[in-house]
Design a protein around this ligand. Structure first.
Ligand code: PHE
Length: 329
């Protein structure tokens, strides 16, 4: 074996320049394998020392280890160098301008009718009304019977009822909550009941589903004057202090006397409310003594004021769920 030490130093220099020339992790792996791999040149020297005598073998063995360590260190240094320059290149190429303004996330918001409903609830709560709730699928009794609609009375048809299997109906008004809330309760009390109602009707101002609010006030000396005062105050709240309004006599089976209220709006009378003194029979149906207690009730559409407030000409635009339209409201 000729001058292994010198061979080794030459080998080291050769390895160092191969490592320096490696321009990728893969090229570096290959360079390392060429010298340190099983079939690499350093391993070949190591295999050759078996034929040397004891002293030479120890010397060459030590030398081989020194060279191996040096090559390994060079590989490690180069590996880190390659990695960090790859990172630098990456950072330079994929530059992010963090000063650019971010695009705002699309926030959802409440539907105009929900906003109107919440506002009206606040109005009545300030006047001492509780908020009651009732189901949309209702018994014939709560929607009609207990409200003094006679069996087979045409008034039931007037409301264009949707009938559901099992003798139930989709409630045609929120007046069903009169029965639910008053039954088992003793006056005095006042409450409102907002909710969805359903009628078989469809044009620019009617939709088969719409929103109503019911208001009920029962006490020992609640009079028609109280009803009138409440309605006038409410109409002024909705349409402004100098709104023109009128009452028209009307008929509802569950109120007596009954009246509808109109407001003068954009050059014509707009009917906005049904109202009346709660019929004694309705109070009695709920277990309330009509000799002692009187009350008024009124009901109105929440959608109508919402359409006016948000400038929606066609009620369908409120409910067809077209986000492009709703976003503009
Ligand atoms: N329920 C009636 C309707 O839907 C409105 C109303 C409520 C009338 C309360 C009188 C009293 O038309």
């Amino acid at each position: 074996m000729a001058q292994p030490a010198q061979d080794l130093d030459a080998l080291l220099r050769e390895a160092e320049s191969a490592i320096a020339a490696a321009d990728s992790q893969q090229a570096l792996n290959e360079a390392r394998a060429r010298f340190l791999g099983k079939k690499g040149s350093v391993s070949a020297v190591l295999r050759g020392i078996g034929g040397l005598d004891g002293e030479a073998r120890a010397r060459v063995g030590k030398d081989v280890n020194r060279v191996k360590g040096a090559i390994e260190a060079a590989v490690t240094a180069r590996r880190e160098g390659l990695a960090s320059s790859a990172r630098d290149r990456d950072l330079a190429e994929h530059r992010l301008d963090v000063t650019l303004p971010a695009s705002a996330p699309r926030a959802g918001r409440l539907h105009p009718v929900s906003r109107m409903e919440a506002e009206l609830c606040r109005y009545f709560q300030q006047l001492g009304y509780d908020v009651e709730d009732g189901p949309e699928v209702e018994t014939d009794h709560n929607n009609f019977g207990a409200l003094n609609f006679p069996e087979d009375h045409p008034a039931r048809d007037l409301q264009d009822t949707f009938f559901v299997e099992g003798g139930h109906v989709l409630r045609t008004h929120t007046s069903n909550v009169q029965i639910r809330a008053m039954t088992g309760k003793q006056p005095p009390f006042r409450f409102i009941a907002p909710g969805r109602v359903f009628r078989h009707d469809l044009d620019a101002t009617h939709f088969p589903m719409f929103h109503q609010m019911e208001a009920v006030c029962v006490g020992e000396s609640v009079s028609f004057a109280d009803l009138k005062g409440s309605l006038c105050g409410f109409a002024r709240y909705l349409f402004g202090d100098d709104v023109k309004m009128r009452f028209r006599a009307h008929y509802f089976p569950f109120t007596e006397p009954s009246a509808e209220m109109d407001v003068w709006w954009q050059g014509r009378w707009l009917e906005i409310m049904g109202s009346g003194m709660i019929h004694p029979r309705v109070l009695a149906n709920c277990g309330i003594d009509p000799e002692r207690w009187q009350g008024f009730a009124f009901g109105f559409s929440i959608d109508r004021p919402a359409m006016i407030r948000f400038g929606v000409p066609n009620i369908r635009q409120l409910f067809e769920g077209d986000v492009r339209i709703l976003e503009q409201l």
